[in-house]
Ligand binder design. Structure first.
Ligand code: FMN
Length: 310
């Protein structure tokens, strides 16, 4: 997630850690500005404004460049480094990154070990994997390779790359993984409610859980799961949420970024809120901020407070 979303989600409480979107690592060391762009929280101790720790996620297939970039991230004050071995995107996999590395436990080991050795010991190096690439045959070997290389914690998105995002997530693999490795395992995939969280807990026995897409549809999900109470999403508070999101994205980056992200946000909110769906439908064709802003303002009946950033 980006800064605005991390800030929003953690402001409600109930989240113990957040992670950046993946930062692609090829051969070189990124200039610091790249890390600051993905993780402005590095200016504030690698914590969101609510104080939640932020880990920086790296994605790449070569141990040395990954180690070099991880070391720099640690020097910039990151509270943790996370390695992505789960991304299913074709372009990423073609360029030797993300889930394609699940075909080789040895490469997972080498990359993770190189990063672990490069980063001071008090800074966690965590990893994220899927159950496999085409099938689950290397699942346990992959998890073991990551643990042996020194991963502090392992998040498992319970699908293979081939399964994409098709439901269901196969939580039943996690107990087998947990039997093989001693590090904490974080269960991920299709946790969308208290009911599914309880089911996931019953199946996996995990103490740690990660939520992705549902948090984009309901930014209050973590606080709701913590309190075991669903908050009423009245349209007045949703309107303020959307306006605040647009304004924050615009002042944090620029109006074009804010437009794209707010449409994405409206689309996600549409799954649970008909009024958001109306706003999405009426704004989705507006491609320019100067066209989008007045319509959004009118539909939300809110005066948008806009900074000079364009
Ligand atoms: C649009 C999109 C972007 C994602 N980007 C990342 C990413 O940068 N890093 C990552 O580890 N996972 C990424 N994921 C995967 C999610 O973190 C998560 O593992 C997956 O969606 C399953 O969990 P969920 O059912 O809670 O969404 C992305 C997923 C989606 C749909």
């Amino acid at each position: 997630m980006d800064w605005v979303f991390r800030d929003l989600i953690t402001s409600y409480g109930g989240v113990h850690q957040v992670t950046t979107e993946f930062i692609r690592v090829t051969k070189n060391l990124h200039p610091n500005k790249v890390f600051y762009r993905y993780a402005p929280e590095l200016h504030t101790g690698s914590r969101t404004r609510a104080g939640t720790p932020l880990y920086i996620q790296l994605l790449g297939g070569e141990p040395e460049p990954m180690a070099m970039n991880a070391k720099r991230v640690a020097e910039l004050g990151a509270l943790g480094v996370d390695l992505n071995f789960g991304c299913p995107a074709k372009t990423v996999n073609r360029h030797d990154g993300g889930a394609s590395l699940l075909k080789s436990p040895d490469r997972l080991y080498k990359i993770t070990k190189a990063v672990r050795d490069a980063v001071p010991h008090d800074i966690p190096v965590t990893t994220k994997m899927r159950l496999g690439f085409d099938d689950t045959s290397l699942c346990l070997e992959n998890a073991q390779a990551l643990a042996e290389a020194g991963s502090t914690k392992l998040t498992v998105h319970c699908r293979t790359k081939k399964q994409g995002y098709a439901p269901p997530a196969h939580w039943e693999y996690i107990p087998r993984i947990r039997e093989k490795i001693k590090i904490p395992v974080v269960a991920n995939g299709d946790i969308t409610s208290l009911e599914s969280l309880k089911k996931c807990f019953a199946v996996t026995g995990c103490e740690h859980f990660m939520i992705g897409r549902q948090a984009l549809k309901n930014p209050k999900i973590f606080s709701e799961l913590g309190s075991q109470e669903t908050t009423k999403k009245d349209w007045i508070s949703q309107k303020q949420l959307i306006a605040g999101f647009y304004q924050a994205s615009r002042s944090h980056v620029n109006a074009h970024f804010a437009l794209a992200r707010t449409k994405q946000f409206l689309r996600n909110l549409s799954f649970e809120c008909d009024s958001s769906k109306d706003v999405f439908n009426q704004t989705k064709i507006l491609m320019k901020p100067h066209l989008f802003e007045p319509v959004l303002s009118k539909l939300l009946d809110v005066d948008l407070v806009l900074t000079k950033n364009t």
